[in-house]
Design a protein around this ligand. Structure first.
Ligand SMILES: *Cc1c(COP(=O)(O)O)cnc(C)c1O
Length: 223
């Protein structure tokens, strides 16, 4: 057992306990290991330990790290979870299995055009600024219903759900519940919410995907 084994096993045990406490099955919650800033060797080590879904927030970093791992790891799933510039849409569409940060009409335009050209559409999640924080990415909560509806029309079944990052300085559960309600209103099955510090609360509120970085790979050096 090394540190990564211990960390992954501990997270999986906590996920199982949180799911069971909520009357859910742990099989219904996917762990997305957030490997941003960590090297490809860390990703490979996690793959070797049965972890197949990863999150990255920068397109270039994700491509450099994951393109070489694809061929040998057909189960690998790459989630892009960071703010996405429209000029990166084509690269994002090419490399991602899931883009979790669809948060504005101009990005929807860019992704739709890129998907058309590439002949492939990744799965998409609308990121909602669920705490309406000025510094945060995400469609404002008040604009979310219309935006989600428009994305549904445009992307069809590729639009699978919602993602959020709740305010850091407040209990997260009310925000998680609000996102879950929004997803339910729109008949969307996927809810990406919960990070190292709050994933158990997110699972209690219905998260289907949790994005955990530092609790798996250790702390990130400040950029
Ligand atoms: C970095 C990041 C995470 C992981 O955060 P940890 O606190 O390290 O678990 C999750 N989601 C997003 C959008 C991130 O940028």
């Amino acid at each position: 057992m090394d540190a990564l084994d211990t960390a992954l096993q501990a997270i999986r045990a906590r996920m199982k306990q949180a799911a069971e406490q909520a009357g859910r099955s742990a099989d219904d919650v996917t762990l997305v290991a957030v490997s941003k800033t960590h090297p490809a060797t860390s990703v490979q080590a996690a793959l070797d330990r049965g972890q197949f879904s990863f999150g990255e927030n920068r397109v270039q970093e994700a491509e450099a790290k994951f393109a070489p791992l694809r061929a040998a790891n057909p189960r690998l799933r790459l989630h892009l979870i960071g703010a996405l510039q429209t000029n990166k849409a084509a690269d994002a569409v090419r490399i991602a299995d899931v883009i979790e940060s669809l948060d504005r009409p101009r990005l929807a335009d860019a992704l739709a055009a890129a998907a058309e050209r590439a002949g492939r559409v990744p799965n998409l999640l609308v990121q909602v600024n669920i705490g309406d924080e000025p510094q945060k990415a995400g469609i404002p909560a008040a604009d979310a219903p219309a935006f989600i509806t428009a994305c549904r029309v445009r992307f069809g079944s590729a639009l699978q759900g919602l993602m959020c990052i709740p305010p850091a300085d407040q209990p997260p559960a009310p925000f998680f519940r609000r996102l879950a309600g929004l997803a339910e209103d729109h008949g969307l099955a996927i809810l990406s919410m919960g990070m190292s510090g709050d994933f158990e609360a997110a699972i209690a509120c219905g998260a289907t995907h949790i994005r955990v970085g530092s609790a798996i790979f250790g702390r990130r050096d400040a950029p």
